[in-house]
Ligand binder design. Structure first.
Ligand SMILES: [Zn+2]
Length: 77
């Protein structure tokens, strides 16, 4: 499969999908995707995209929770 963004070759991988909603982030692990070897863009099939959106909307009990530190961007001066 060709990357729709840069035309690079993609390889089948298992990735973590991240999704942001207001001040809440969710991650969905072990998602099959085509990952561009050139630009790193993740390409999901329509079926996988449907599953991801369903999981994100359902707000199921998460498999596990992780703590995510949030940093303010500062320029090194
Ligand atoms: Zn690409």
């Amino acid at each position: 499969m060709r990357c729709p963004f840069c035309g690079g070759e993609s390889v089948k991988e298992t990735v973590t999908f991240s999704y942001e909603e207001e001040d809440r982030y969710i991650f969905i692990e072990h998602v099959p995707a085509d990952v561009c070897a050139r630009c790193g863009e993740k390409i999901y099939s329509p079926e996988v995209t449907d599953d991801l959106l369903r999981i994100a909307r359902k707000k199921l009990k998460p498999a596990r929770k992780i703590e995510v530190p949030v940093y303010e961007f500062v320029t090194n001066q």
